[in-house]
Unconditional design. Structure first.
Lengths: 187, 184
C-alpha cells in the first residue's frame, strides 16, 4: 500500500514540475517601455506658396529655389524625415475635379508634377539635378538610400525648395488646392 | 481681330488660381511623445493601453488627427515584421483639440486576437499625428510602436503536462503491479 501512495505522490509531483511552468505562462506580464527621453518634433518656417494664377504646361519654382523653406529638428531625438503629396482638388467641389499628382514628376492632361530639392543636393533625383519627384507614396526626404547623409539630430536644419509643373491641359478658372506632408520618425 | 479674341479666350481658360493664399508664411510647432514605444509579451486576446502626448507650442488652439501607418520594410527596426491589422489599434479619439501652449493625451489601445498564428510575433507600426491645416506644407510626426506577443499557450501542445501525466501513470502502474504482486 505504501508503494502505491508513494507512486501517486511522486506522479503528482512530477506532473506539477513539468506542467506548472507551462500553466504559469497564461498570466504573463505585459511590459510597456517608452524609449529614451522621447520628444519628437520638426518645424517648417514656411507652409504656404502663394502662386496665384498659373498657366498650363509651365514650371514654377520657389524663390529662392532651394533655400525657400527651412526644416528644423526641435525634439530631443534624432529623426528620419519623409515626404508625400496628393492630388490637387478643386476647392469648390473636391470630388468633381482634380489634378492627379504625377508618379514621376512629369505632367500630362490634368496631371501635374511636384518636385523638391534640398540645398546641397546636386545629383539626387532621376535627372541627377537634385530635384526629386513628390508622389502619393511616402518617400525619403532626408536621409535617403544611396546618399551619404545621416539622420538629423536635434537642432539640425535642412533647407529646400519646390518645383511645380502644371498640367498640359486643365479646366481654367478653378481654385485648386493640394498638400505636401513632411513627416518625421525617430531614427 | 477675331483671332486675337480667340487667343485671349484660350489663355483665360488655361489659367487657374493655384493655392491662392496671400497670408504671411508662418511657422507651426508641435511635438509628440514618446517617440518610440515597446509593448513586450502581450498575451493573445489581452489588451494593452498607453498614452501619446501632443504638445501644441503655438499661440492658437489646433486640432490634431491620429492615424496608423505601415512603414516600409527598410524603415522598420531590425527583425520587425509588418503589423498585420490596423483595426487592432484604436485611439480614444481620432481627432483632438489642443489649446494654445498646452498638451493633451490620447489613449492608444492594442488588442491582439486570440489566434495561435499571432503567437510569438514581433511587429512594428507607426502612429501618426498631424496638425489639421489647409496650408500647402504640413507636418506629421510618428511614434514607433513595437509590439511582441507571447507564445501561444492554448494552441501549442503542453509537452510538460503530457510528459508529467505519462510518467505519473507509469509510476502508478509500477506501484500497483508491485503491490499486487507482493500481496499474491
Amino acid at each position: 500500500m505504501k508503494v502505491v501512495i508513494t507512486s501517486v505522490i511522486v506522479a503528482v509531483i512530477l506532473a506539477s514540475v513539468f506542467s506548472l511552468p507551462v500553466l504559469a505562462q497564461e498570466s504573463g506580464t505585459i511590459t510597456i517601455t517608452m524609449t529614451g527621453v522621447n520628444d519628437i518634433s520638426i518645424s517648417l518656417d514656411k507652409t504656404q506658396w502663394p502662386l496665384g494664377e498659373v498657366a498650363a504646361n509651365t514650371e514654377y519654382i520657389t524663390s529662392p529655389p532651394i533655400e525657400w523653406c527651412t526644416l528644423t529638428v526641435e525634439g530631443n531625438c534624432n529623426v528620419n524625415t519623409f515626404i508625400v503629396g496628393e492630388n490637387a482638388e478643386w476647392i469648390d467641389d473636391p470630388t468633381a475635379y482634380e489634378w492627379t499628382l504625377s508618379a514621376d514628376g512629369i505632367n500630362g492632361d490634368n496631371v501635374y508634377g511636384l518636385q523638391f530639392r534640398i540645398s546641397g543636393d546636386t545629383t539626387r533625383g532621376p535627372l541627377g539635378d537634385g530635384y526629386v519627384p513628390i508622389t502619393k507614396t511616402q518617400d525619403e526626404f532626408w536621409p535617403y538610400a544611396g546618399g551619404s547623409g545621416s539622420s538629423l539630430a536635434p537642432g539640425d536644419t535642412k533647407q529646400f525648395g519646390l518645383k511645380l509643373l502644371t498640367p498640359t491641359y486643365f479646366v481654367g478658372s478653378r481654385q485648386m488646392q493640394t498638400q505636401i506632408t513632411i513627416s518625421a520618425a525617430a531614427a | 481681330m477675331i483671332r486675337y479674341v480667340k487667343l485671349a479666350g484660350l489663355i483665360a481658360t488655361l489659367l487657374v488660381i493655384f493655392l491662392p493664399t496671400f497670408t504671411l508664411a508662418k511657422e507651426f510647432r508641435f511635438s509628440i511623445s514618446p517617440a518610440e514605444i515597446h509593448v513586450d509579451d502581450l498575451p493573445l486576446g489581452e489588451t494593452s493601453e498607453f498614452e501619446i502626448t501632443i504638445h501644441n507650442k503655438e499661440e492658437l488652439t489646433h486640432n490634431f488627427t491620429l492615424t496608423t501607418f505601415q512603414p516600409p520594410e527598410e524603415e522598420r527596426r531590425e527583425g520587425r515584421a509588418e503589423f498585420p491589422d490596423d483595426s487592432w489599434i484604436s485611439f480614444s479619439s481620432f481627432e483632438i483639440e489642443v489649446a494654445a501652449n498646452s498638451e493633451a493625451a490620447v489613449t492608444v489601445t492594442i488588442t491582439i486576437p486570440r489566434e495561435p498564428k499571432w503567437a510569438g510575433k514581433e511587429w512594428e507600426t507607426w502612429l501618426g499625428v498631424t496638425a489639421e491645416s489647409r496650408d500647402l506644407l504640413t507636418v506629421q510626426l510618428y511614434t514607433r510602436l513595437l509590439v511582441s506577443t507571447t507564445p501561444a499557450v492554448g494552441a501549442r501542445p503542453d509537452t510538460g503536462l503530457i510528459v508529467g501525466i505519462v510518467v505519473g501513470i507509469a509510476l502508478f502502474g509500477c506501484g500497483s503491479y508491485y503491490y499486487y504482486r507482493r500481496r499474491t
